[in-house]
Design a protein around this ligand. Structure first.
Ligand code: NAD
Length: 511
């Protein structure tokens, strides 16, 4: 048998199931990027709202790329199992908040229909850092082929930018109030960042529409939209659409076949794609929802005016340490976070990394980093999760700026040194260069892989190579301390070349 609505009554009693009638739920949220993280985080919070009777906040899950999640979940009526694991054991919960799933490349019209449905009042996103299509200087990469495609084909977009802009234009033309856009990716000031990128995208779109109009090339429906003021979509998005920032936290490793088998055995049914996670979860959201929102605050969400301090603490302490553990773990032969964290040298390194990052955090936020890092140490030690270092290692060029480089630069600005922070950048470069040598080819990936491989093949002197990597990734672009940071990273890289993490650690007095 397979997990489905009709199979719910037959599940073992220790498995939690949706405590509401799913047939009575209507959609209120469209989620772009219905991967593992969304299903362990936002969808679980929404599940609690639905169980409490807020029945008009069901989720329509959208994949912008692969049909894999839809293929797994559609035959299960959108149901899946959340396996919450720690050393004490495992709790299984079947989540019912995802009502249906769409695959954008197969049917962009269906996605636009969901986005323009007046019942849709919030659009959430977890599409990974790289999907925001930022150029090295942080602005929208207007030359990206998918952006070029979407500007030329606004009615059948590929990118999140294209879908959001087209949907907001259609809602405006139809007199439907705008939805609120709630970014849940690990970007700095994620809502404000997406807002800025979408305004840039809409400006390109507006100027194209005006040019078409001038040239008399405008299509019938475009002409209608243009008459109704669509040519200033950018202004509409800037003035009338809310993009609250949010801090999201829950560790969600990629599901393995062993996880599937174990969950199936406990359910007595097959679940094609259960999601693994830890007991801890946190969501801090800026409270700007002009189109309404679920009463999240009743279910453990912290609603605030400014998410900035929470976000800095999380990106710099949790994600920063995660990246350090990932690259140093890979270079030291550790496949999972808990094993890397149990390595005394890495553990010592992370403690010193935290000590370096903490003084860069806002002092006035009323947040105490000491209990926070103590709790992180417990979470990283969770042996039941088996969070793979190679998973966290993906897309370092997109992640390190907000996790590591920002705090390193803040140290310089304060007259302090970033010896441990800079070592994480060096470990990233060393791990990238180790693929196809001491690490398997393609063990993790990065949007810069082709450019990095080309650079590594040129055998430049270390300092020059490091500067070239900084250029490619846009690290510290235009910052007065860029040069000094490059020197620190290059020094660590020389140590890595001499003898791996052992020599790099020894230079810091570790080991
Ligand atoms: P996942 O691989 O399970 O899912 C990623 C989703 O993003 C999929 O729907 C995929 O189709 C989509 N996607 C990937 N590349 C894309 C692209 N170029 N354009 C458009 N869509 C794309 O990963 P996940 O664990 O769900 O993590 C997704 C994001 O969630 C992370 O990048 C991060 O920003 C955030 N997050 C994850 C965790 C975690 O522990 N996994 C924790 C906090 C935040």
């Amino acid at each position: 048998g397979r997990l489905s609505d009709s199979a719910l009554p037959s599940l073992p009693s220790e498995v939690l199931v949706p405590a509401y009638d799913r047939a009575s739920i209507t959609p209120g949220i469209v989620h772009l990027g219905v991967g593992a993280f969304h299903r362990a985080h936002q969808a679980a919070y929404v599940d609690a709202c639905l169980a409490a009777g807020e029945s008009d906040w069901g989720i329509i899950g959208v994949s912008l790329r692969s049909p894999d999640t839809r293929d797994a979940l559609a035959p299960q009526d959108g149901l899946y199992t959340l396996a919450i694991r720690d050393s004490a054991g495992e709790q299984l919960e079947v989540v019912g908040s995802i009502l249906s799933l769409l695959v954008a490349p197969e049917n962009p019209d269906a996605v636009l229909a969901a986005l323009t449905d007046p019942r849709t009042r919030i659009v959430t996103l977890t599409i990974t850092e790289k999907a925001y299509l930022r150029a090295a200087d942080g602005t929208l990469d207007g030359a990206h082929p998918d952006i070029v495609h979407d500007l030329a084909n606004p009615g059948s977009p590929k990118t999140a930018h294209g879908f959001l802009a087209e949907a907001l234009a259609r809602r405006r033309a139809a007199g439907t109030p705008a939805f609120t856009v709630l970014c849940c990716d690990n970007l700095p000031a994620n809502g404000a960042t997406l807002h800025r990128l979408l305004i840039e995208y809409a400006k390109l779109r507006d100027s194209r529409l005006i040019r078409q109009d001038d040239a008399g090339l405008i299509r019938q429906d475009d002409a209608r939209l243009a008459r109704q003021g669509d040519a200033d979509l950018a202004r509409h998005i800037a003035d009338d659409v809310a993009f609250p920032s949010s801090m999201v936290d829950r560790i969600v490793p990629a599901t393995t076949d062993a996880d599937r088998a174990r969950v199936a055995q406990q359910l007595g049914l097959e679940d094609a794609w259960p999601v693994m996670t830890e007991p801890f979860r946190q969501w801090v959201i800026e409270d700007r929802f002009p189109a309404g929102r679920p009463a999240w605050e009743k279910f453990g969400v912290t609603m605030v005016e400014d998410v900035g301090p929470f976000e800095d603490m999380k990106l710099r302490l949790l994600n920063g340490a995660h990246s350090g553990i990932a690259y140093l773990g890979l270079l030291s032969g550790h496949a999972t976070v808990d094993r890397a964290f149990a390595d005394p040298s890495i553990r010592q390194f992370v403690d010193w990394l935290w000590a370096e990052a903490i003084p860069t955090l806002p002092q006035d936020a009323g947040l105490d980093p000491i209990p926070y890092t103590a709790e992180l140490a417990d979470r990283f030690s969770n042996t039941a999760l088996a969070h793979r270092t190679a998973q966290i290692a993906n897309d370092g060029s997109q992640k390190l700026p907000q996790r590591i480089v920002a705090s390193a630069l803040a140290r310089f600005e304060a007259g302090l040194l970033p010896e441990h922070l800079s070592l994480v950048v060096a470990a990233w470069i060393a791990a990238c260069a180790a693929r196809g040598k001491t690490l398997p080819e393609g063990h993790f990936t990065d949007p810069l892989d082709a450019a990095l491989a080309d650079l590594f093949s040129r055998n430049l002197p270390t300092a020059q190579m490091t500067a070239a990597v900084f250029d490619l990734a846009g690290f510290a672009k235009g910052h007065p301390e860029r040069r000094k940071l490059i020197e620190f990273v290059a020094t660590h890289l020389v140590h890595f070349k001499q003898g791996g993490p052992k020599v790099a650690f020894a230079a810091l007095g570790i080991g």
